[in-house]
Design a protein around this ligand. Structure first.
Ligand code: 3PG
Length: 306
């Protein structure tokens, strides 16, 4: 089978090497499309692909239509909001992710961003410490749980909200359960967002929630920019000069935010949460193995469009 590895933001060389050797040893052929400049490049490269490995690359209905032989798409990572699941399902194409494989990298970045904000962008201005502060984790899945556990090691108090977990599961994961999003925001000196981008979560975090946060609070978004209502965020930051926002997913209105609020806001220029050698190897090799297994045995364990 022909497997296309299409990564606008390429994996580390070691990960690419591992992906290629797993696939070729199993008798598959690998084509690479890295750092590509336009969606047209993906549309033409996918024409003869039986399988596709991507990161945040956009697998639209057009991409699927341009790939008549495509049988499986593996998103090497957690969030699969970049894949048109309906278009894939309509063609019987299996879509998978590789849950958990890059979680530690994202969790470490969330903590790093918190320290960066607490220490005023690493300037000599007097900062503050995380120890003794309250961290709220919105969604206690693979990433959220690691953020909570690492924050506890720094001496933070951790609470979490997750509609898919029982109180006991949240307690076992090291956090105090809270039962509403309003309660979570009101309790959190630091609030780390780990919800996926779904129709129900898009723009769900706006003025009303953000202004519930206590004095001097910081909102950290290493999830998706789409979950933030950017107008509401702007209004909240205008009205509450004590609040801060830090994100790994640059908002559309970042120029405006950064001009207005200076060091109270920060966004990484390109999404980098999962961009470590370790996470690239974990997620990339898992994707390659899932493809090998799918063609060899029909294993669909990580299918997300069931
Ligand atoms: C994910 O959903 O796994 C992360 O957002 C990482 O995305 P990336 O592979 O584009 O870095």
């Amino acid at each position: 089978m022909k497997v296309l590895l299409a990564t606008q933001k390429p994996f580390a060389a070691k990960a690419v090497e591992g992906i290629c050797s797993i696939l070729t040893e199993a008798g598959h052929q690998v084509d690479k499309l890295e750092n590509y400049a336009s969606q047209e490049a993906l549309l033409s490269s996918v024409a003869d692909a039986d399988a596709l490995i991507v990161r945040s690359d956009k697998v639209t209905a057009d991409v699927i239509a341009a790939a008549p032989k495509l049988k499986i798409v593996v998103r090497a990572g957690a969030g699969y909001d970049n894949v048109d699941l309906a278009a894939a399902s309509a063609r019987g194409i299996v879509v998978m992710n590789t849950p958990g494989q890059n979680s530690n990298a994202v969790a470490e970045l969330a903590l790093g961003l918190m320290i960066f904000m607490a220490r005023t962008h690493f300037t000599p201005a007097t900062g503050s410490e995380l120890q003794g502060k309250r961290l709220g984790v919105q969604a206690y899945g693979n990433v959220g749980r690691l953020v909570g556990q690492k924050a506890k090691a720094l001496g933070m108090e951790v609470c979490a909200l997750d509609p898919f977990l029982s109180d006991q599961q949240i307690l076992d994961g090291g956090a105090q359960p809270v039962h509403s999003v309003e309660e979570l925001y009101a309790a959190s000196d630091y609030l780390s967002i780990h919800i996926p981008a779904l129709p129900s979560t898009i723009k769900s975090i706006g003025y009303d929630l953000i202004t519930k946060m206590p004095k001097g609070a910081t909102l950290i978004n290493t999830a998706r920019k789409e979950v933030i209502d950017e107008e509401g965020l702007l209004k909240a930051l205008e009205e509450r000069p004590d609040l801060k926002y830090v994100t790994d997913v640059m908002p559309d209105n970042y120029d405006q935010l950064s001009k207005k609020f200076g060091t109270r806001v920060f966004a990484t220029p390109k999404k980098m949460g999962a961009q470590t050698a370790e996470a690239n190897v974990n997620a990339g090799l898992a994707a390659a193995r899932q493809i090998v297994d799918f063609f060899a045995t029909g294993n669909r364990k990580f299918q997300v469009n069931k």
